[in-house]
Every structure is written in structure tokens, then in C-alpha cells.
Design a protein around this ligand. Structure first.
Ligand SMILES: Cc1cc2nc3c(=O)[nH]c(=O)nc-3n(C[C@H](O)[C@H](O)[C@H](O)COP(=O)(O)OP(=O)(O)OC[C@H]3O[C@@H](n4cnc5c(N)ncnc54)[C@H](O)[C@@H]3O)c2cc1C
Ligand SMILES: *[C@@H]1O[C@H](CO)[C@@H](O)[C@H](O)[C@H]1NC(C)=O
Ligand SMILES: *[C@@H]1O[C@H](CO)[C@@H](O)[C@H](O)[C@H]1NC(C)=O
Ligand SMILES: *[C@@H]1O[C@H](CO)[C@@H](O)[C@H](O)[C@H]1NC(C)=O
Ligand SMILES: *[C@@H]1O[C@H](CO)[C@@H](O)[C@H](O)[C@H]1NC(C)=O
Ligand SMILES: *[C@@H]1O[C@H](CO)[C@@H](O)[C@H](O)[C@H]1NC(C)=O
Ligand SMILES: *[C@@H]1O[C@H](CO)[C@@H](O)[C@H](O)[C@H]1NC(C)=O
Ligand SMILES: *[C@@H]1O[C@H](CO)[C@@H](O)[C@H](O)[C@H]1NC(C)=O
Length: 585
């Protein structure tokens, strides 16, 4: 094989060249039978025969896929796999590349599986650790869906055979909701349609209702949606990450969907006009404010992988606006200085919210960094708003303090700006998060104690992605946690670990996350959190992720999916299943 062909190898070709490795990976499958109240897993006697899978394959536009962990080429004995391994290792922190591999997860801990005896099944990029390549929680078989019909065939097959089903788009989920050991996967990544409309009419809407809008296929990623919208001179509210590889029509929107522009234009769920989806019966249906409005309510914030599989999402589009970028990087001169600086910073969020700013920040016990956007705000106006905070930061910061205002032509120009990221690579890590909303009331009335709490934690990130327009929306208009409608920001903490770490080390990290969540909880009165950037270890996930909306969401869930085909960790209805989400409790 020449170097040139090696470089052109796509993630899909990795899958092909690795078929030979499959028997090695599955040597340790145990065969146990399953009872009716449990779902059927790969390796069990109930798992469909190859004839049954062939019958399914004949209905699909693509061959079935056999997802493997992305590092699997590094454990192959086939010489041709060596360069494929190098490519995988070179892209271990590349979100775009990872999203193109059906068996890859952006937070690589979700590829792993910890057995009850504390053995970790995983496949590490770091081969010097000396282990074998385990399939972990990567589903061993799946459908590379290209159309609603592909999804319908796969959903009907999974339901008829009682399979444990996983819906995977980009694999960004922070609770591992797009992974499950021995499950059957529906992969939506290749559903890439993008259609703009000048006069979009939701199905069933009165003739007078028309919108400027864009309809995105389930697999479209934010980088792709933004590029297409920029070419149309339009803006669509979306997620922001270093490679833009978060999905624009999957878990992001179903969980709520925040943006640095949410203060200006609302959350993702405030911008959806219509979904099309395949439901648990295998029907392809529409949900909007006029057609299936109850389902539409639940889909906006009820969470991914729970109510059906979206095939398209239609969003309002907005005009492109110029903005002012405000940057600050501060080393505090002392703990007292940090307390004063962070108190002022928290308090300032109230003003920034009223002016529809948004952005991202990180703080430790002695540093603060932020990059905030003021959409459609001129530099002099932005300066007038931020100067009081900058002045305080200059008093409490060391010599090298950075405070800067930069006029930017549009959001799209911003994407090309190199803004320093003090937090390191965003993906390819082993990480779990926990989060709480920072409410407007807290920022206004309890800034000082909030600052003290945040400074007592090692590392805190604040996604300043609510406030402004988000607070103007009726909290009852969507299934989303109503706590969003009093939130200015979402505050999160993290715990990391490394390739090869033992189950004990991982469990210790998870315990630290629980302990720190109890500390972080002091900033809130309702323990509310954003379900897409949250912890698997909440004391009460129903309250944290949905508050008073949980019971209504669960009723809707039970009516549209009575058999529990779509169940994800800490999702609506997951409380009816065991920890593995395999057997009903
Ligand atoms: C680096 C990074 C940056 C992020 N930035 C943001 C951000 O700016 N704003 C924000 O709000 N969040 C952000 N998130 C969180 C993000 O919203 C979640 O990770 C979300 O789950 C991603 O959805 P996905 O479809 O891309 O990922 P996946 O992991 O593939 O899927 C997530 C969940 O949605 C389900 N799902 C996927 N597709 C469908 C479908 N078509 N129908 C039904 N269910 C489906 C899956 O089953 C799973 O439960 C970020 C996460 C990361 C890792
Ligand atoms: C990340 O992966 C994508 C898709 O394979 C590729 O186009 C891009 O060049 C990669 N980025 C880097 C920095 O290597
Ligand atoms: C732990 O359990 C797994 C799955 O049952 C088994 O394959 C493995 O051999 C066990 N490991 C040890 C050390 O007992
Ligand atoms: C791989 O693991 C070895 C052994 O723990 C460690 O020394 C090395 O730094 C790791 N390499 C990388 C790139 O993480
Ligand atoms: C700040 O955090 C660092 C690293 O976690 C720690 O060593 C230090 O003692 C902390 N300082 C204060 C004043 O709490
Ligand atoms: C941006 O500001 C201009 C001038 O103040 C105003 O006319 C326009 O409506 C604003 N656009 C948006 C989307 O807010
Ligand atoms: C911001 O305002 C302050 C005080 O009014 C002024 O000194 C400063 O020059 C302004 N900065 C910019 C970038 O306009
Ligand atoms: C903060 O301190 C670090 C480490 O001493 C230094 O590298 C950095 O430049 C400082 N940054 C600012 C903004 O003062």
C-alpha cells in the first residue's frame, strides 16, 4: 500500500479493513438467555439469526455496519492496518474525524464498559498499556441510515426482535446515551440534507403562517449547517465547539440546544418549527405546533433517544448581525482579589443578560478567562456595558491582565478567529460532567456567596448561553426544564481520567464528581441542570433535568413508546429499567 492511498483512507474504509479482526473481539461473549421483561442482547440465544439480518439488509440502502472502537486497527496483526492506526491516533482529538467513525465516541470513556467484577473492557489509543482491544460499550452491529425508510426498517426490526436499541448521531453525548454494550445501533450520521425556505409552512398551519427557515437532515453537524447558512446570508441558532461537529438535528436540539446567541435569538427549542421522525411503531410522522402538538412539546427538551428518531428538524433562520467580542484573561493577585473579581463578574451577568450577550468562561481559584459576544451591539455600546467589570478586574488582576473588545463582522467571521482555549482539547478525553444553572435571582442577590462556592472548586466552566431572549419564552411552551426560563448561564464541573485507569480509579473520580456536585448545588435552589451537559450521578435526575415537567413527559413517553424501545441513561422513562437499561424493574 502506498502512502498516498493510506492518507485517503476514510473512517468507512477502516471498518472494511477490520472485518478480519471481529472474531478476536468477540471471543469472550457469554451466551445467556433472556426473559421477556428483558431486551435481547448480542451474543444471547434470542439475538436474530444471520438469515433474519439478511432479510433486514435487503430492505436497506446500505450494508449493515459492524462498529468497532476507533483504536481497533492498532491491535490488528494485519500490516495494512498500521497506517490506519496512525490515522486514528492522529485524529484522537479531532471531533469531525471521530464523528465519521460509527464506533467512536467523542468522550472516549463511553466506549468502555466496566463489568461487575471491575474488569474494564476498552480499546485504548495508547497501545503501550499492553491490554487487548475490547468492544466495551460500542454496539457491535447497526444500520447506516440514509433515509426515513432505512430508519423505519431498522426500528421495525429492533421492535420485532426486542433488541436493545441505540440511536447514534455524532457520539458527543456526555452521559453516553449513544452507546450501549451489545446493542443494535441506528447511525444517522449520513443523513446530510440541507434545504432553505423563504416561506416555510408547517404542516397543518393556517395559510398565513410562513417562515424563513432551514430543514436539516438528522446527520447534519453545526459546522455544515453554519457553512450552508452563511452562503445564504442567514444565521441559524446552534451549538459552538472547536470543530463544530456537534449534531444540529439530534441530541442537541432534543435536549434543549444552547448557543452563545441564545440570549439574542433563544434556545434551539425556541427556534424549531417542525420535526419529522420515525416513531416506535415505525411510522414516519410530523410534529409541530399544529400537528401532533403534544409530541412537539415533548421533543423540545424531553431528551434524545426517547420519543422517536428525528429524520429532519426545521429551524427559523435569522439575519446575520455584526457583533462585538469581549475577551478577558485574569490572574488574581490574592484569594481576596479573586473573591471580589468573581463576585463582580457574577453580578455583571444580570446586565449582560438584559443586553442579550452570551459566551463562554472558565475559572479556577486564581484565574478567570472569558470570551463573550454582544450580537448587534456596537463597540462603543459594548464598551460602556463591560467597562465597570473590566475596571474591577484591572484592580484585582496581576500585571499581564488582558481585557479586550474586538468588533467582528458576523458570527461566521468569529468562527475563523483564533480565540485561546485554556481548557485544552474538547474531545478525545475521558470525562464526566456535572452542572447547575446560574439563575438570574442568584446572580442578582447572591453573587458573593456564589463566587465563594465557585472559587472553592478546582475548575469551573460557565456557559453563558441563556438570559435575554431565553427568559422571554413561556416556561410551559416546551417540555424543557422550566428552570431554563430563569437561567442566565449553565455552570459545569468535570472529572477526567486516563487510558488504562482501573475501575477503582474511575469510581473514585465519579465519587469526586458527586461530592463536588453537592458543593456546586449551593448556587441553586432547585438543583436544575442542562441534561445534555450533566452528571450520570444526580441524586434525582428527574428533578434536575426536567423539574415539574417530568411527569407529563413520562406520560407522553408511555403513550408513544409503550414497550420502551427508546430508552437512554437518565432519560425520560429510564426509571422503569435497571441500571443497564436491559430489564424492566
Ligand atoms: C465538544 C462538545 C461541545 C458541545 N457544545 C454544545 C453546545 O454548544 N450547546 C449545547 O447545547 N450542547 C453542546 N454539547 C452537548 C451536546 O448537546 C450533547 O452532547 C448532545 O447529546 C449531542 O447530540 P448528538 O446528536 O450530536 O450526539 P449523540 O451522542 O450521537 O446523540 C446524543 C443523544 O441524542 C440521541 N439522538 C441522536 N440523534 C437522534 C435522532 N435523530 N433522533 C432521536 N435521538 C437522537 C442519541 O440516542 C443520544 O441519546 C457539546 C458537547 C460536546 C462534547
Ligand atoms: C479532522 O478530521 C477531518 C475529517 O477527517 C479532516 O478533514 C480534518 O483535516 C481533520 N483536522 C485536523 C486538524 O487534522
Ligand atoms: C470479569 O468478568 C468478565 C465478564 O464476565 C469476564 O470475561 C472476565 O474474565 C472477568 N475477569 C476477571 C478478572 O475475573
Ligand atoms: C501511554 O501509556 C504509557 C504507560 O502508562 C505512558 O507512559 C505514556 O505516556 C502514554 N502515552 C500517551 C501518548 O499518552
Ligand atoms: C487553588 O487551587 C490549587 C490547585 O487546585 C491549590 O493547590 C491551592 O491551594 C488553591 N488555593 C487556594 C487559595 O485555595
Ligand atoms: C440590529 O440593529 C439594527 C440597528 O440598530 C436594527 O435595525 C436591526 O433590527 C437589528 N437586528 C437584529 C436582528 O436585532
Ligand atoms: C472604553 O471606554 C473607556 C471609558 O469610557 C475608554 O477609556 C476606553 O478608551 C474605551 N475603549 C474602547 C476600546 O473604546
Ligand atoms: C497568568 O499566569 C500564567 C502563569 O504564571 C502566565 O503564563 C499567564 O501569562 C498569566 N496571564 C495573565 C493574563 O496574566
Amino acid at each position: 500500500m502506498t502512502k498516498a492511498t493510506t492518507l485517503e483512507k476514510s473512517p468507512t474504509s477502516i471498518m472494511k479493513s477490520l472485518k478480519a479482526l471481529l472474531p478476536l473481539l468477540f471471543l469472550s461473549q457469554t451466551v445467556i438467555s433472556n426473559s421477556n421483561s428483558c431486551k435481547c442482547l448480542y451474543g444471547q440465544s434470542c439475538w436474530p439469526s444471520s438469515d433474519a439480518f439478511n432479510a433486514l439488509a435487503s430492505k436497506l440502502s446500505q450494508p449493515l455496519i459492524r462498529p468497532l472502537p476507533p483504536a481497533s486497527p492498532c491491535y490488528s496483526l494485519i500490516p495494512e492496518d498500521a497506517p490506519v492506526c496512525s490515522e486514528a491516533q492522529a485524529n484522537a482529538h479531532n471531533g469531525t474525524w471521530l464523528s465519521g467513525v460509527p464506533g467512536a465516541y467523542q468522550n472516549t470513556n463511553f466506549e468502555a464498559y466496566i463489568f461487575p467484577n471491575n474488569t474494564v473492557s476498552a480499546c485504548y489509543f495508547n497501545t503501550t498499556l499492553g491490554g487487548t482491544c475490547g468492544q466495551g460499550s460500542v454496539p457491535p452491529l447497526g444500520v447506516d441510515a440514509r433515509s426515513p425508510e432505512d430508519i423505519q426498517a431498522a426500528v421495525n426490526f429492533a421492535r420485532e426482535h426486542n433488541l436493545k436499541l441505540v440511536v447514534k448521531n455524532t457520539g458527543h453525548d456526555y452521559l453516553g446515551r449513544s452507546a450501549a454494550r451489545d446493542a443494535f445501533m441506528i447511525w444517522t450520521h449520513h443523513m446530510k440534507s440541507i434545504d432553505f425556505h423563504d416561506d416555510f409552512a408547517p404542516e397543518g398551519a393556517p395559510d398565513t403562517e410562513k417562515h424563513e427557515a432551514v430543514t436539516l437532515g438528522a446527520g447534519v453537524q453545526w459546522s455544515e449547517a453554519y457553512a450552508a447558512a452563511a452562503a445564504q446570508n442567514k444565521y441559524v441558532v446552534g451549538g459552538i465547539s472547536d470543530t463544530g461537529s456537534v449534531g444540529a438535528a439530534g441530541g442537541w436540539i432534543l435536549g434543549g440546544g444552547h448557543s452563545a446567541f441564545s440570549g439574542k435569538f433563544g434556545l434551539g427549542v425556541d427556534n424549531v418549527l417542525q420535526f419529522t421522525l420515525v416513531n416506535a411503531k415505525g411510522e414516519h410522522v410530523t410534529a409541530n405546533a399544529h400537528t401532533n402538538p403534544t409530541l412537539f412539546w415533548a421533543l423540545r427538551g424531553g431528551g434524545g433517544g426517547t420519543f422517536g428518531i428525528t429524520t429532519t428538524v426545521t429551524y427559523r433562520t435569522h439575519p446575520i448581525v455584526p457583533l462585538t467580542l469581549a475577551l478577558a484573561s485574569v490572574n488574581f493577585t490574592s484569594p481576596d482579589a479573586a473573591q471580589r473579581g468573581i463576585t463582580e463578574y457574577i453580578h455583571t451577568h444580570v446586565t449582560l443578560s438584559d443586553k442579550q450577550w452570551g459566551g463562554y468562561s472558565f475559572l479556577t481559584n486564581s484565574t478567570l478567562f472569558f470570551g463573550y459576544f454582544a450580537p448587534n451591539v456596537s463597540l462603543p455600546d459594548a464598551n460602556a456595558t463591560i467597562t465597570p467589570l473590566f475596571d474591577v478586574l484591572k484592580e484585582v488582576g496581576e500585571e499581564g491582565i488582558l481585557t479586550e473588545l474586538i468588533p467582528v463582522e458576523s458570527f461566521y467571521a468569529l468562527l475563523n478567529l483564533q480565540v485561546p482555549n485554556p481548557a485544552g482539547p474538547q474531545v478525545g478525553n475521558k470525562v464526566e460532567l456535572s452542572s447547575r444553572f446560574l439563575s438570574r435571582d442568584t446572580a442578582l442577590n447572591r453573587a458573593e456567596e456564589t463566587a465563594r462556592t465557585l472559587l472553592s472548586l478546582d475548575f469551573v466552566a460557565i456557559n453563558y448561553v441563556a438570559g435575554g431572549a431565553v427568559l422571554q419564552v413561556d416556561p410551559e411552551s416546551a417540555g424543557l426544564n422550566p428552570a431554563w426560563r430563569n437561567a442566565l448561564a449553565q455552570v459545569y464541573i468535570a472529572e477526567n481520567w486516563q487510558d488504562g485507569d482501573s475501575a477503582d480509579t474511575i469510581h473514585a473520580a465519579q465519587q469526586r464528581l458527586r461530592d463536588n456536585t453537592a458543593i456546586l448545588d449551593r448556587i441553586s435552589t432547585d438543583s436544575a441542570a442542562y441534561l445534555n451537559e450533566a452528571s450520570l450521578h444526580e441524586v434525582d435526575f428527574k428533578k434536575a433535568f426536567w423539574g415539574p415537567h417530568y411527569n407529563r413527559l413520562k406520560k407522553i413517553k408511555n403513550s408513544v413508546d409503550p414497550t420502551g424501545l427508546f430508552v437512554v441513561p437518565r432519560g425520560v422513562g429510564s426509571d422503569d429499567w435497571d441500571e443497564e437499561l436491559v430489564c424492566r424493574v
